[in-house]
Design a binder for this molecule. Structure first.
Ligand code: SAH
Ligand code: SF4
Length: 354
């Protein structure tokens, strides 16, 4: 979907900034603005007093900063913080989640407002697609969370997962530009190894992602063990068949020490049998893959149930004979921050700050 938002400073790279400054501008100035925006994560360029005041005034007059602001913030008993961040372009809100664990932090960000893919177990699907996010709006979520929690992407054990609202591979140019800024040492400063993008399987875009020079790790939401089952759960499979998805995964150019991640949402009595687990092994067995199991996080209007822990255990044991397999613990269930629960809604028992 075409993006019709006004350009903002957030989202510009050094070349864009040089263009903005106009003919005769010194590259040094563009780099200085770039570092102020991303490396120093300033909320306002006026914090950068090494930039001449007349230049700061000119930039302010020409283009808005594009900083996201907090619309709502929900705190979970498990330490997870869920944000509804307001996009300055049109006041829409987007979901971002911070999941602290010991001394590690994972920031889950969105790539679109809503999602056009109609997976039957996911609350975000019920929104449909409102619009895609710009590169600045994707980066802006990370900048906001880092600023508010004083996280230094270089120093702290910080990961980004693009697993919030939306299908990132349907917004690939902006996702890739955001990744270049996030993973640039003079930009936000994350390592490429600590950024992961998750897709429902937009097959032609997988090779395009693989060809990008700077790119995140790839996770595929598998969620079914055979074609008919996947068509039921993820109707997009009618367009991008499971066999073609597996072929794209096999052809994906992994970097040294890189793995392909697969996610499998377990639904009671639907895709959770030992036979399903054996079929998943057959699908992934000869790939350099890791599987993350997620027991369904329930939600209103989701016509599925969560499997019993014993079922999850048995499924995991079968997979683990052939490939690494982890069960992802739900985070922020009480505030609807867990996978698949991101939709504009406010559970009654959550604590709203602000
Ligand atoms: N659109 C992308 C990324 C966002 S969804 C994708 O589908 O991969 C992130 C993850 O949440 C996906 O693996 C998806 O399968 C999972 N998910 C969706 N709904 C869920 C639910 N109700 N319970 C648990 N996981 C869910
Ligand atoms: Fe979209 Fe991912 Fe939810 Fe499917 S699981 S509807 S692709 S956000």
């Amino acid at each position: 979907m075409a993006l019709r938002t006004q350009p903002t400073l957030l989202g510009l790279d050094v070349a864009d900034l040089l263009d903005l400054l106009g003919p005769g501008a010194r590259p040094f100035r563009a780099r200085q603005i770039y570092e102020a925006l991303y490396k120093h994560n300033v909320a306002d360029l006026d914090e950068t007093t090494t930039l001449p005041k007349d230049l700061r005034d000119r930039l302010r007059a020409e283009m808005p900063h594009g900083r996201l602001t907090v619309d709502q913030r929900f705190n979970s008993v498990d330490g997870t913080v869920r944000y509804l961040l307001k996009l300055p372009a049109d006041g829409r809100t987007v979901e971002s989640v911070l999941m602290p664990q010991d001394d590690r932090h994972t920031i889950c960000i969105s790539s679109q407002v809503g999602c056009p893919v109609d997976c039957k177990f996911c609350l975000t699907a019920q929104m449909g697609l409102e619009r895609s996010l710009s590169a600045g709006e994707i980066v802006g979520q990370v900048l906001h969370v880092c600023r508010e929690h004083n996280l230094d992407p270089r120093a702290s054990h910080c990961n980004i997962v693009m697993m919030g609202m939306g299908e990132p591979l349907l917004n690939l140019p902006n996702v890739l530009k955001a990744t270049r800024i996030l993973c640039d040492d003079n930009g936000v400063g994350f390592s490429q190894r600590r950024v992961t993008v998750s897709t429902s399987g937009i097959v032609p875009k997988i090779a395009e992602l693989g060809a990008a020079e700077v790119r995140p790790n790839l996770a595929i939401s598998l969620n079914a063990s055979h074609e008919e089952q996947r068509v039921e759960l993820m109707p997009i499979t009618k367009k991008y068949h499971l066999a073609d998805l597996m072929a794209a995964c096999k052809a994906y150019p992994l970097r040294p020490r890189e793995f392909l991640f697969f996610e499998y949402v377990m639904l009671r009595g639907v895709n959770d049998t030992d036979a399903d687990a054996r079929r998943v092994v057959a699908l992934l067995g000869n790939m350099k893959a890791k599987l993350n199991i997620i027991a369904l996080n329930p939600g209103p209007g989701i016509p599925f149930q969560t499997p019993d822990p014993e079922r999850v255990d048995s499924f995991q044991k079968i997979i683990m004979r052939s490939l690494p397999c982890y069960v992802r613990r739900p985070r922020g269930l009480d505030i609807y921050a867990a996978c698949g629960q991101l939709k504009k809604m406010q559970p009654a028992d959550l604590i709203t700050i602000q």
